[in-house]
Write a protein that binds this ligand. Structure first.
Ligand code: COA
Length: 331
């Protein structure tokens, strides 16, 4: 497997940077098989490992979604191994209750795109300049396949009762990194049923889980978070992952604001801080998906230069309804 993922023909289309050592590949696999939301299968040809397929099961409000990861060793290409792995993948996904399958591919990976189209996958969004490999920019393509109906659907939730107001006194707000003393405030926010509807998070969240989440942040691994505070009160946070080169993009993973207190200002300040972070370093792109119903976040993204790149149909499941995700890009 180590040899396979270090072969340039294969590695150029994966979201890893090669060369990887054998102990790194082993560690990754050991960690993968321990997680109940990761499933994987290898293909063998006469006892020789020929390919791999992984299913990542999403959690919380997107728990009906499964993501694909696949590769076949170079010498076995074009012999049906990829097709067999895809069939296995779909079987696994059905067995785990997935209603929709998604994947992230690179433009120009014709062999893979042909395979996905053959199975029935369709394009949902496209991000230009997703990676820079071998002197070329490559666009990213998100594709999906529905396994079961995503009904009932809804495009908007009941209007929020509190009218969002824009604060004049911005100096009262502070965007900064999270600290140990913020844990209670963080837990309160993660337990706010209305505010968390902009994310995949479903309350209740125990104090232990909040602490575990906070301690999983790791800037060395590209996992960052900004919090927005008004005196000691935490009014929102934005967690994002900054991918290692050559994938010079940032992915927003979670964006929550307290809808009862200055949500417009808080969302705006958090997005501004994120855009500044991107400018400070080498990053070229920020991608962000939010429920179509999260109008306050949408406004903050659009005011700060984000543009829509597509819609991921029925990506969230909120209050008994499937809700589309709008995918945004800042480049
Ligand atoms: C994409 C990949 C998994 C396909 O595996 P594979 O074992 O070659 O796939 P198969 O032999 O089952 O062929 C699948 C389809 O690919 C297409 N295909 C085969 N040869 C092709 C070629 N030379 N050019 C374009 N498409 C081709 C055909 O549509 C074929 O279906 P068909 O045989 O029914 O016509 C493999 O090429 C690979 O590992 N690529 C590098 C890693 C990668 O890109 N992973 C996906 C990241 S999103």
């Amino acid at each position: 497997m180590t040899e396979a993922v270090n072969t340039p023909d294969v590695a150029q289309y994966l979201l890893t940077v090669y060369p990887l050592t054998e102990h790194e590949v082993r560690k990754q696999l050991e960690e993968t098989v321990k997680k109940d939301y990761e499933k994987c299968v290898v293909a063998e040809v006469d006892g020789d490992p020929a390919g791999y397929v992984g299913l990542h099961l999403e959690q919380g409000r997107t728990r009906h979604i499964g993501w694909l990861g696949i590769w076949v060793r170079r010498q076995y290409w074009g012999q049906g191994v990829g097709t067999a792995l895809m069939e296995k993948f779909i079987h696994m996904a059905k067995a785990h209750g997935c209603r929709k399958l998604m994947l992230d591919a690179f433009e120009g990976n014709e062999r893979a795109l042909k395979l996905y189209r053959k199975i029935g996958f369709k394009i949902e969004s496209k991000v230009v300049k997703r990676s820079y490999i071998d002197g070329k920019w490559r666009s990213g393509i998100v594709m999906s396949l529905e396994l079961a109906s995503l009904e009932p659907r809804i495009d908007s939730l009941p209007k929020q009762k509190i009218a969002p107001k824009v604060e004049k006194e911005l100096s009262e707000f502070k965007v900064r990194q999270l600290m140990n003393m913020d844990l209670d405030e963080l837990n309160k926010l993660q337990n706010c049923v209305e505010s968390t509807k902009s994310s995949t998070r479903i309350p209740p969240v125990s104090k232990e889980k909040t602490k575990e989440w906070y301690e999983s942040l790791n800037t060395q691994l590209g996992k960052f978070c900004f919090g927005c505070f008004k005196s000691k009160r935490m009014l929102g946070y934005l967690q994002f992952n900054a991918a290692p080169p050559p994938f010079i993009f940032i992915d927003v993973r979670e964006f929550i604001v307290d809808i009862k207190e200055s949500p417009v200002t808080v969302a705006n300040l958090l997005v501004k801080a994120l855009v500044d972070f991107k400018k400070r370093y080498i990053y070229r792109q920020i991608t962000c998906e939010i429920p179509i119903t999260s109008t306050i976040l949408a406004q903050a993204l659009e005011q700060n230069g984000f543009i829509k790149t597509g819609t991921w149909k029925g990506y969230y499941f909120i209050d008994g309804y499937y809700v589309d995700a709008v995918s945004y890009l800042h480049s």
